[in-house]
Design a protein around this ligand. Structure first.
Ligand SMILES: NC(=O)c1ccc[n+]([C@@H]2O[C@H](COP(=O)([O-])OP(=O)(O)OC[C@H]3O[C@@H](n4cnc5c(N)ncnc54)[C@H](O)[C@@H]3O)[C@@H](O)[C@H]2O)c1
Length: 295
């Protein structure tokens, strides 16, 4: 263990938690993924295994480094196993009460003066900080999906975030070989507000029959050089996640963030995008195989 090695606790082993675990393990940090659901943890461990294997195929890691990274990832349902963490990253669903309670429970078991963070996309980090005994140690750490690929992390400072905590967060992001941008707490930070706006407008275009799914996405991919169109990206993010973000932004910024009906319908039906196999596209083995509206 070097002095820079962190003990990283990732709370929530879903889409983001497992990606963050991969990103931290491959640079040498020890990672404990904690979830309430044992079967999710099995799935998450297999997913991290798979994405680390993918990194070997892409020439990003050699086999020994990959084995070492896998050995650094542990899973648990017992929050007590996270007591010695130096960096805690909460990645549970986008629900203020749930996040407040998970962060509070984490703060209660921590032995040291760990940096406590949330991967929230849209919730007010100042409010999350206010629920803690030591709010100065808290900030937002907003990763992008997939976290082991994307090079940006927003460090979102709450009113209460201490300078030391901000520096710790930026240093941790840099240790992951990613770029940190520091943003003040504001609805949707620097990225989510614009990201969901594009996704929601694409959904409204689909609803009103302006164009088909594949054509809307192709317009942004080929016309604006986006690596992925807004509807496919919404599937990758998770339609439930996008709906939650829109609801929070609507509360803060008004009706222009009202979630499109088609998004609500899909979430109600359990069509959550890539993670459930169906959203705006049909997904097989994590690949979009055809748009649903072309079926
Ligand atoms: N999906 C994205 O593209 C994306 C991008 C950036 C940020 N985010 C944010 O990251 C957070 C997580 O999103 P996600 O897409 O990974 O969600 P997800 O639904 O895929 O995963 C959430 C996980 O949290 C677990 N969980 C629920 N309650 C828990 C508890 N009390 N303790 C521990 N684990 C618990 C669930 O079992 C689930 O495995 C959200 O705040 C979201 O807004 C998501």
């Amino acid at each position: 263990m070097t002095d820079d090695t962190e003990g990283v606790a990732v709370l929530g082993a879903g889409t983001m938690g497992r990606g963050i675990a991969h990103a931290a393990a491959v640079v040498g940090h020890d990672v404990t993924m904690r979830d309430v659901d044992e079967s999710v943890l099995d799935e998450a461990a297999a997913a991290v295994d798979g994405t680390i294997s993918g990194a070997i195929e892409r020439g990003k890691l050699d086999a020994d480094a990959a084995d070492a990274a896998r050995d650094r990832v542990r899973t648990t349902t017992d929050l007590g196993d996270c007591a010695d963490a130096t960096v805690v990253i909460e990645a549970v669903p986008e629900d203020l009460d749930l996040k407040t309670s998970v962060l509070g429970e984490a703060e209660a078991v921590l032995n040291g003066d760990a940096l406590l963070t949330s991967n929230t996309s849209s919730l007010p980090v100042t409010e999350l900080a206010a629920s803690l005994d030591e709010p100065g140690r808290f900030c937002g750490l907003h990763f992008f999906n997939p976290a082991y690929v994307m090079g940006l992390v927003e460090v979102v400072t709450a009113e209460q975030t201490a300078e030391g905590a901000r520096e710790h967060a930026v240093g941790f992001v840099e240790s992951l070989r990613k770029e940190a941008v520091v943003v003040r707490d504001a609805p949707g930070f620097a990225s989510s507000r614009l990201g969901v706006t594009l996704g929601a407008e694409a959904m409204r275009m689909l609803e009103t029959g302006a164009a088909k799914t594949a054509d809307i996405d192709a317009a942004m991919e080929l016309g604006y050089r986006h690596p992925m169109g807004p509807l496919q990206l919404s599937d990758v993010v998770g339609l439930d996640v996008r709906l939650d973000i829109l609801e929070h932004l609507r509360e803060d910024l008004g009706e222009r963030f009202r979630p499109p009906e088609v998004l609500r319908r899909k979430v109600r039906a359990g069509h959550l995008g890539r993670k459930s196999g169906r959203g705006f596209y049909v997904w097989e083995d994590d690949e979009a195989v055809r748009p649903v509206d072309g079926e």
